[in-house]
Design a protein. Structure first.
Length: 445
């Protein structure tokens, strides 16, 4: 399975403007959308669990790495996607979730995290030790970040050899790593990584791997995370401007096994995503943008439900989400600024989509299930579908999509993935005959 990712990277290094979409989400409907997209495109699917979603203790999703693997394989099996076309990756693996602890404790947890991911069969490992722990200077030096990353690579190599007799793990490294899930605060200025900083990062990581005794693994470091000037905050998107990365792009030409990995590409237009791939960001990561689209679809169905279902029988999904976010505010408080009205709007509609942390909540899951069951038991009038999910309505009218609530939600998520598929595959761009809604210039999905 790892050869499918390597093949894309080799093709890219040979001059083809090809890339791969990295789906960073643990939501089952998002994973299902990604599997269905891979089936349609005839590609592999790269599914990445992020360290705060999935860890050895369960993360906020309640899943350990083996649970995520089982969920991904169950969805793939159900839809007939061969498991050798399912690539599992670990995103931001390092001490980030335990940055409030001292470095020794945080790194001890990170060691166990890496072991759990490798033991569960994850083969693409993003080593992220860029966040300062308690008592660390801020920001960390490149040397410290590289040394900690090499330590985790040594743990990963040992776990792979112990479990499988050899290691074919692929790694991603980098010190200018965007904050997982988008910026915490409003962004004023965003500069791309400099050429010299990127070169220094590569040199320091390579030396750290050698010093840690895992020098041979350096040839399997396939991705470098740098800042291309791409980011989003709660209400704004920083679009890619390729003329600002001319010098940076040349760094990758000196390394035959390296491409750039772009984080926080959520909400970029198709044109900008395509330029990123052409400019050697051959791995495009997306997470909140997918659950943003999921929320759009579920809230649209909730509005349809309000028109069709008696008040006593409704799911009241939107109200349940709001209540639970207020009951358990830790995942959004401190991120959303402004007065009560501004925070309410951000809780529901923010690009940073802090709402994504709440989908595993039992009360919200129950409301979502009731919503889907309510609408699945009746015929949804097409004019209502046109009002709230117009692109899905068009596909229904063309006989491409069933008026089934879960299918409608998945298709809305796939609207985003279709754009990424076109950016990563020139052949799909060539045969596309119409733009994907919301990714034609506005930056909004």
């Amino acid at each position: 399975m790892i050869n499918l990712l390597l093949d894309t990277i080799r093709r890219h290094k040979a001059g083809e403007a090809v890339g791969v979409t990295s789906v960073c989400s643990a939501h089952p409907l998002v994973l299902e959308a990604a599997v269905l997209q891979a089936l349609d495109d005839g590609t592999a699917v790269l599914l990445e669990a992020t360290s705060n979603q999935v860890d050895q203790f369960g993360g906020y999703s309640g899943m350990r790495p083996a649970d995520f693997r089982n969920l991904a394989h169950e969805i793939a099996d159900r839809h007939g996607l061969p498991r050798n076309r399912v690539i599992l990756g670990g995103d931001h693996l390092g001490p980030n979730a335990w940055h409030n602890l001292c470095p020794d404790e945080a790194m001890g947890n990170a060691d166990a995290l890496i072991e759990a991911y490798v033991a569960a069969g994850f083969t693409k490992i993003h080593l992220d030790c860029s966040m300062s722990c308690a008592g660390d200077p801020s920001p960390l030096t490149d040397d410290t970040v590289a040394e900690r990353a090499a330590r985790l690579a040594k743990v990963a190599e040992g776990a792979a050899v112990r479990d499988r007799g050899t290691s074919d793990l692929l790694y991603v490294v980098g010190t200018e790593v965007p904050v997982p899930g988008g910026a915490h605060k409003t962004i004023e200025v965003l500069a791309p990584t400099s050429r010299d900083a990127a070169r220094a990062t590569i040199a320091r990581h390579q030396k750290a791997f050698e010093d840690a005794g895992v020098g041979p693994a350096w040839t399997r470091v396939v991705g470098l995370v740098v800042q291309p000037g791409v980011e989003f905050d709660h209400a704004h998107v920083f679009d890619y401007e390729r003329d600002r990365t001319t010098e940076l792009r040349g760094v990758i030409d000196d390394h035959p096994h390296l491409v750039f990995e772009a984080h926080s590409t959520d909400y970029q237009t198709i044109e900008r995503l395509t330029e990123l791939v052409e400019d050697h960001w051959a791995i495009l990561k997306i997470g909140p943008g997918l659950t943003f689209a999921l929320r759009e679809a579920l809230f649209a169905l909730a509005a349809i439900e309000d028109e069709l279902i008696d008040a006593a029988d409704r799911s009241d999904l939107v109200a349940v989400v709001e209540r639970r976010m207020l009951d358990v505010p830790q995942r959004w408080r401190g991120y959303y600024e402004g007065d009560a009205r501004a925070q309410r709007l951000a809780r529901r509609y923010s690009y940073s989509d802090r709402l994504r942390y709440y989908w595993p909540d039992p009360q919200i899951r129950a409301a979502q299930s009731r919503l889907l069951a309510n609408l699945g038991a009746i015929d949804v009038p097409l004019p209502l579908l046109s009002q709230y999910l117009p692109d899905q309505y068009t596909r229904v009218r063309h006989g491409e999509l069933a008026v089934e609530p879960t299918a409608l939600v998945i298709d809305r998520v796939r609207d985003v993935l279709r754009g990424y598929a076109r950016a990563c595959d020139p052949s799909l761009r060539a045969r596309a005959d119409k733009p994907v809604r919301g990714q034609t210039g506005s930056g909004r999905l």
